[in-house]
Write a protein that binds this ligand. Structure first.
Ligand SMILES: NC(=O)c1ccc[n+]([C@@H]2O[C@H](COP(=O)([O-])OP(=O)(O)OC[C@H]3O[C@@H](n4cnc5c(N)ncnc54)[C@H](O)[C@@H]3O)[C@@H](O)[C@H]2O)c1
Ligand SMILES: O=c1ccn([C@@H]2O[C@H](COP(=O)(O)OP(=O)(O)O[C@H]3O[C@H](CO)[C@@H](O)[C@H](O)[C@H]3O)[C@@H](O)[C@H]2O)c(=O)[nH]1
Length: 432
């Protein structure tokens, strides 16, 4: 099938390349000429495992191309809209400028019977509003929220754990087209939820709100563990054995960041308030507040271990991305803590396998370097993104490299006993 994907960022580029790998004929369109230039040459404009290979294969097969010209969407049967919906500074609500612009620019190029599919995460009510713009063209509209995780984006797209189709009542043609698009991605067991626009939009923000709540729940337990001497990791293991609770997303530490969870809970709160139902999700403000307190807590532990001041102390920050296997630093707890340490006068040397260029662009005032450059002579080492190479560090081997063997494990990802046995002062967050 001929498909266009409007917006080729973390979501859209992966979606376009994955659709081509499923056998479709795809054009990816973006207003960012540099991004389109890189993608056209088979280069991923961001780090995502598996994406470069899909791009190379797709372009070589002739099934994948990229363009800055929205007119190139003409002739596609299905048009995915995957542009950004960032947080508005003032209200915390989602900025729909890009979604509106994408639909406005696309509509003159669609034909009657085409299917327009919203992929972006939007406030409930957006699809219903847009459907009024789409209707005169004779095209169909569906909302098909995306649940991919960065770092696993390709796998999550070509093999989704569920699909959600928000369609207008009675529009079986939309369902049929989406089934055709995803035919090679699903198995007989893949759940497909066919529903209305509002439910589809809400499913997406509810899923992220639940995940954020789970993380803040365990981080709240970490706060209590800190004042009682309990161990939040053991606590998480013990409650996680209950299949009704489950162990996943119960890792306490510096909390959640990225381009989705933080902005989505704020946008959900703002939208619920607009709908006169602010109280229904008022707890999400607490989820947000707990999350942000953990960044401060990590900072406080470093300051405490360095005798009350980090001024002129060298601090090695291991990890800058919001999570491992990503170069994304949007609302990254790691980068935030690094910036705050710098603000307190520490000589911060940040390192990350992939996220240094993005970090440098946002915070040129910080110093970045290799792992060795960060560790050499450090007064404290702070782990903030649990890349596997940092989890595999040998505490004995690097003890001689640092000035003081102080380790603050902001992700509770290392083995305290092993580090202590090698002579380190180990501090986790809510962990003994
Ligand atoms: N990143 C994820 O893991 C993920 C997962 C699920 C859902 N989402 C949602 O998907 C949407 C996109 O997120 P992202 O992380 O890919 O953002 P992003 O900022 O990486 O990408 C957005 C892209 O849209 C482009 N764009 C903006 N206006 C345009 C227009 N009028 N026409 C064509 N292109 C345009 C931008 O240049 C940019 O490349 C958001 O709503 C996000 O919440 C993201
Ligand atoms: O136990 C945990 C699990 C995660 N995190 C943090 O939570 C954040 C988000 O992690 P994750 O959800 O894996 O990353 P994303 O790629 O942002 O994916 C989320 O956001 C996407 C965009 O909406 C959705 O599609 C995904 O389903 C949803 O998991 C990261 O900072 C993690 O470090 C924790 O602190 N503790």
């Amino acid at each position: 099938m001929k498909i266009s994907v409007i917006g080729c960022g973390y979501l859209g580029a992966v979606h376009a390349a994955s659709m081509a790998s499923l056998g479709h004929d795809v054009v990816g369109i973006d207003v960012d000429a540099a991004k389109i230039g890189a993608l056209s040459e088979g280069q991923a404009p961001f780090y995502e495992p598996g994406l470069p290979q899909l791009l190379t294969e797709g372009i070589a097969s002739g099934r994948l191309r990229f363009s800055t010209d929205i007119a190139d969407a003409a002739g596609s049967r299905v048009h995915f809209v995957a542009v950004g919906t960032p947080q508005m500074k003032t209200s915390g609500g989602a900025d729909l400028t890009y979604v509106d612009a994408a639909f406005t620019s696309l509509l003159p190029h669609v034909a009657s019977g085409d299917l327009l599919v919203g992929k972006s995460t939007v406030p409930v009510g957006t699809a219903a509003r847009l459907s009024e713009l789409v209707e005169p063209t004779g095209a169909l509209l569906a909302w098909n929220p995306e649940f991919l995780r960065e770092g696993f984006a390709v796998q999550d797209t070509v093999s989704p754990d569920r699909l959600v189709y928000g369609v207008q009542a009675g529009q079986q043609a939309s369902v049929d087209l989406l089934n055709e698009v995803y035919a090679a991605a699903v198995s007989a067991d893949t759940p497909v939820v066919v529903t209305d626009f509002a439910t589809a939009e809400l499913v997406k923000v509810a899923a992220n709100a639940f995940l954020a709540t789970k993380i803040s729940f365990i981080n709240a337990m970490a706060e209590i563990a800190e004042v009682t001497g309990a161990d939040v990791t053991q606590l998480a293991d013990a409650i996680g054995y209950d299949a009704r609770i489950g162990r996943r997303f119960l890792n306490a530490g510096v909390g959640f960041g990225g381009g989705c969870l933080p902005k989505d809970i704020r946008a959900f709160t703002a939208r619920a308030e607009e709908l006169g139902r602010g109280e229904s999700v008022a707890f999400l403000k607490e989820v947000d507040a707990i999350n942000l307190r953990r960044r401060q807590r990590a900072l406080d532990v470093v300051v405490e271990e360095l005798g009350g001041s980090v001024y002129r102390k060298k601090v090695a920050v291991l990890g800058l991305a919001f999570k491992p296997d990503s170069d994304d630093v949007r609302d990254s707890p790691a980068l935030d803590v690094a910036v705050q340490l710098h603000g307190l006068g520490a000589h911060v040397v940040g390192t990350d396998p992939e996220a240094i260029p993005n970090s440098q662009r946002l915070h040129p005032q910080l110093t970045f370097g290799t792992l060795d450059e960060a560790l050499d002579g450090a007064d404290a080492v702070v782990l903030l993104t649990e890349w596997k190479q940092y989890r595999a560090l040998d505490p004995s081997a690097i003890a001689a490299q640092v000035s003081q063997p102080i380790l603050v494990d902001g992700r509770n990802a290392l083995d305290p006993a092993a580090w202590r046995a090698a002579g380190w002062t180990y501090r986790g967050l809510g962990r003994r």
